[in-house]
Design a protein around this ligand. Structure first.
Ligand code: AMP
Ligand code: MG
Length: 287
């Protein structure tokens, strides 16, 4: 027992500093030499589970205070794009990490199969309408990236059509950046075996069964094609202004802390400020 406590506290000393956060954010970031197959979905950065779980709360408290400033400032926005294979943990990440701050300042949108109206427009039309307004942290549960992922893998459009979309997407996200929205893109990386377990769990548990569709098995058979599509999409669209991160997601407690750290990193970099107050307010006494 005493040993366990000791081990934990020495780990906290080692990883509890901001150096650790910067290091993890950097390690997960998609850069020029990116190779998706080199990212281990089981990675835990040497963290202790109990420590990581308690650390998430501390990081999210800092996120909440930065979010309050972002909201008060009304000048900038953040857009978190979440992508993953089925069972990757998008919903759970939103529930446990991204929507734990003041709900008034968070705006979550899910993108499923495009409606008839969506399909009557270009593929970015439905997405652009949902980007966050100033002061807001927007979260996309799936996104415009489906138009270079499922559309490619299921051959819903010819190669030349989805291929040129990398360029559109880079330009679109640059527009958002230039106009004051920090775009942060997270790929929740689970292994094929972890997906098998999670799918089985969904089938076996009556409370989770509603999440499962038989078609998910067809997608699972296309695992390698999806990995290839993710690898290429992330390589083509991770930019200095709108980076992709590969989040190790087999262990939920690792995933949650990594996502919290990345969000904190970007909010801290934005450094939102409370707006100036009206002159003469300071020192006023309410009678
Ligand atoms: P879920 O996230 O489980 O509710 O599933 C949403 C489904 O919508 C997934 O199978 C996605 O691949 C699919 N989807 C999302 N966007 C598109 C798109 N642009 N084109 C075709 N299918 C899409
Ligand atoms: Mg699904």
């Amino acid at each position: 027992m005493a040993m366990g406590v000791q081990a934990r506290s020495s780990r906290s000393a080692k990883y509890g500093s901001s150096t650790m956060a910067i290091d993890v954010v950097k390690r997960c970031r998609v850069t020029a030499e990116f190779d998706l197959s080199g990212h281990d979905a089981d990675e835990s950065f040497g963290w202790d589970k109990a420590w990581a779980k308690s650390q998430v709360g501390d990081v999210l408290a800092k996120v909440a205070s930065l979010q309050e400033r972002l909201f008060a400032e009304q000048e900038r926005a953040v857009l978190v794009v979440l992508q993953a294979i089925d069972g990757g943990g998008k919903d759970s990440t939103i529930r446990n990490v991204l929507s734990t701050v003041n709900v008034a300042g968070v705006d979550v949108h899910s993108f499923g199969v495009p409606s008839e109206e969506d399909r009557a427009h270009d593929y970015l039309w439905r997405v652009h309408q949902c980007t966050p307004s100033k002061g807001i942290i927007g979260v996309f549960n799936r996104s415009h990236y489906e138009d270079v992922l499922v559309v490619r893998v299921k051959r819903l459009a010819p190669d030349e059509v989805w291929r040129r979309r990398y360029r559109h997407i880079r330009d679109f996200e640059q527009l958002l950046t230039d106009e004051g929205t920090q775009v942060v893109k997270l790929f929740l990386n689970i292994s094929k075996d972890e997906q098998r377990q999670r799918m089985q769990d969904r089938i076996d548990d009556p409370e989770k069964r509603w999440k499962f569709r038989k078609g998910d098995l067809d997608d699972r058979r296309l695992w390698d094609d999806y990995q290839q599509a993710f690898h290429e999409a992330l390589s083509e669209t991770s930019t200095a202004d709108a980076p992709w991160y590969v989040v190790p997601a087999n262990r939920k407690w690792v995933r949650n802390l990594v996502v919290a750290e990345i969000l904190h990193h970007h909010l801290a970099a934005i450094d939102p400020q409370f707006p100036p107050v009206e002159e003469g307010i300071e020192g006023l006494v309410v009678e």
